[in-house]
Each structure stands twice: as structure tokens, then as C-alpha cells.
Write a protein that binds this ligand. Structure first.
Ligand SMILES: Cc1cc2nc3c(=O)[nH]c(=O)nc-3n(C[C@H](O)[C@H](O)[C@H](O)COP(=O)(O)OP(=O)(O)OC[C@H]3O[C@@H](n4cnc5c(N)ncnc54)[C@H](O)[C@@H]3O)c2cc1C
Length: 308
């Protein structure tokens, strides 16, 4: 993930939307210095991975985020942090860019795979068939069912999460801020000020529990008490999946069961951040390269030892 911001900036530039990836840093705020010090493990991992930050007392925090509530007295500013101002707009621009380069899209639900002599030969979708030499399973939580058809075990669980976006409030905060104790972050987006974070485990197919989104709105009010924020009905809110593995690593690489099948899934909390490098690995694998970097991420790790 170290060069993720640079990769996304280059892609956004190529797709004609450079303004959607902004490099303004990331502010992580704590109630006090002791709370920051209690988070030492996270910061030591960041140090090992060459992340650079500057710790700050309240006056410096307020200079960066004037709306910040009294609750926060200490913080750390991650200098090289970057954010995407509109994941939806960015992905749409990338899709158009790929189409301009000759990619053809077919929409439908993949229902069944055609396998010939241990090699993938096609996909059945919405009752239609399409022949293929290579297949990438990148279906988020839907990947579990698709992998089981291939014969691979993919133990994904969704760490569900909610977003609450307050239209018109994005001008109140100019950089992304993580409220460490409330486990959520706020980001100025093209469509408003977005609060997202926290984790919910729910049964497969369970309806969203909007109380969780309301909690996020309450957290937003707590963190930025002076900002004018309307009621829940004035916000845009939605629930999403974070397809997560037991070891928190993604699943990237070939299927050991069927030749020509590759996995690009299970990125949990970091699907957008990880996407450019995962895509590069998959492209190299399909082109026939040896890609030793994917060794820790293969689906086979869930089949070694123990019961399937
Ligand atoms: C609240 C929240 C905040 C987040 N914040 C961040 C963040 O700050 N940074 C970050 O990097 N990540 C973040 N994420 C995580 C990120 O959203 C996920 O990691 C990412 O969406 C996973 O992408 P994916 O393409 O693997 O799966 P998905 O986005 O779930 O997409 C899978 C797609 O496959 C389709 N599909 C499934 N089955 C089939 C089938 N049989 N046939 C055809 N299509 C199928 C689905 O309809 C879906 O469109 C956040 C997630 C949440 C919920």
C-alpha cells in the first residue's frame, strides 16, 4: 500500500479526473496524549512502514481543523495521507477510460462456470454463455459462492460499515480527520462531508440496521459540535460490505483447482487503497509472469492443514 496514493493519482490523471485524488494529509485526533500513547502499537507499525507524522497539541489541531470539538486535545498529522473525493465518480471515470481503450462490458450475474479438462472455458450468466480463457473472481462477498463452485474454500465474512454524508457541510473541514476513540473518520467529498467507519457483524443478507448510521451522525456532531448539521433524513446514508478474511490479508492469485481462474478479493477495509497493485499482480499473472509477491495471499492458505 506504500505507493497507493501515487498509483491512484496516476490513474486519475489518465482517466481525466486528477482532482478526485487529493493529497492533503490525514489528521488522527485523540482526547489526550495518554490516549495517543496507548495506541503505540499502531504507531510503531506505521513507523516500521516508513509512515511520517507529526504529533500536535490542541492549538495546532485547531489550526488544521477549526471546527474540531474540545473533546480532542492531542493528535498526529500524517503528512503523506491522500483521499479520494468521490469513489463513485472515480470508478466511473476509470471504467470509461478502460472502455475507450477497448474493454467491453457485459452486465449480468455469473451463475455457473464451464470447466474443460481442469481449465476454465466459460461463464454462464443470466442464462447466457460466454467463452473465456481466463476468469478473475472479484465479486466481494459474492466471491464465496463463486469460489465454492470452483472447489476453493474462501472464508470471507463481511465487516459491514455505514456511511453518512452531509450535503453542504464539506466546506467546514478541509482535510480528512480520524476520531481515534470513536473509530470513524470524516472526509470532505464532492457530495458533502462524509462520516464512515466502525464495524458491524450481521447474518448473511440481513437488512441494514440504520441505528448504526445514526450513531455515526451522533459521532460527527460530537467531533465537530460547532458545524451546522441537519437531521438524519437530510443526509445521504448507505451500508457497504468489507469482505474480510480471518488473517486480514487479501486473496490474490490463481486457483489451485481450476487453471485460468484467479482471485482478487477479500481486501476488507482496504479495497480501494489496494486495488491498483492487486490489479497489476493479476494482469501480470494472466500475462504468464511469475509473481512471487502474491505468495502470502493465495487462496491455498485456507486449505493447508485442518479441516476444509
Ligand atoms: C463504511 C466503509 C468504509 C470503507 N472505507 C474504505 C477506505 O477508506 N479505503 C479503502 O480502501 N476501502 C474502504 N472500504 C472497503 C472497500 O469498500 C472494500 O474493500 C471494497 O468495496 C471491496 O471491493 P470489491 O470490488 O472486492 O467488492 P465489492 O465492492 O463488494 O464489489 C463486488 C461486486 O461484485 C458483484 N458480484 C458479486 N457476485 C457476483 C456474481 N455472481 N456475478 C456478477 N457480479 C457479482 C457485486 O454486485 C459487486 O458489484 C470501506 C468499506 C466500508 C463499508
Amino acid at each position: 500500500m506504500a505507493d497507493s496514493a501515487a498509483r491512484h493519482s496516476a490513474l486519475a490523471e489518465a482517466a481525466g479526473v486528477p482532482e478526485l485524488i487529493e493529497k492533503k494529509g490525514l489528521l488522527v485526533v485523540y482526547p489526550n496524549k495518554a490516549a495517543y500513547e496507548a495506541d503505540a502499537l499502531a504507531w510503531s507499525l506505521r513507523r516500521e512502514n516508513n509512515v511520517v507524522w507529526k504529533t500536535m497539541e490542541r492549538p495546532e489541531l485547531v489550526a488544521l481543523c477549526p471546527e474540531l470539538g474540545e473533546r480532542y486535545q492531542y493528535g498526529a498529522f500524517i503528512v503523506d495521507g491522500a483521499h479520494c473525493r468521490s469513489p463513485g465518480g472515480y470508478v466511473a471515470a476509470l471504467a470509461q477510460y478502460a472502455e475507450n481503450k477497448g474493454v467491453r462490458y457485459i452486465s449480468g450475474c455469473a451463475e455457473k462456470f464451464l470447466i474443460d479438462g481442469g481449465k476454465i472455458s466459460g461463464v454462464v450468466y443470466n442464462g447466457n454463455k460466454i467463452a473465456c480463457d481466463h476468469l478473475v473472481i472479484a465479486g466481494g462477498m459474492g466471491s464465496v459462492e463463486l469460489a465454492s463452485q470452483i472447489g476453493d474454500r474462501l472464508p470471507l465474512v463481511s465487516e459491514r460499515g455505514y456511511h453518512v454524508e452531509v450535503p453542504g457541510a464539506e466546506g467546514g473541514v478541509s482535510i480528512p480527520v480520524m476520531m481515534s476513540d470513536l473509530k470513524f473518520g470524516i472526509t470532505p467529498m464532492t457530495g458533502g462531508l462524509r462520516a464512515a467507519g466502525q464495524v458491524e457483524f450481521a447474518l448473511k443478507g440481513a437488512a441494514p440496521d440504520w441505528r448504526r448510521a445514526r450513531i455515526l451522525l451522533d459521532c460527527l456532531r460530537e467531533g465537530l459540535p460547532r458545524l451546522k448539521i441537519g437531521g438524519f433524513s437530510t443526509t445521504n446514508h448507505w451500508m457497504g460490505n468489507r469482505p474480510s478474511t480471518p488473517d486480514c490479508l487479501p486473496v490474490i492469485g490463481p486457483s489451485p483447482k481450476v487453471k485460468g481462474v484467479y482471485y482478487a478479493t477479500g481486501h476488507g477495509h482496504l479495497g480501494l487503497v489496494s486495488a491498483p497493485l492487486t490489479a497489476e499482480f493479476i494482469a501480470r499473472l494472466i500475462a504468464g509472469d511469475v509473481v512471487p509477491e502474491v505468495a502470502p495471499y493465495t487462496v491455498e492458505r485456507f486449505c493447508r492443514g485442518g479441516k476444509e
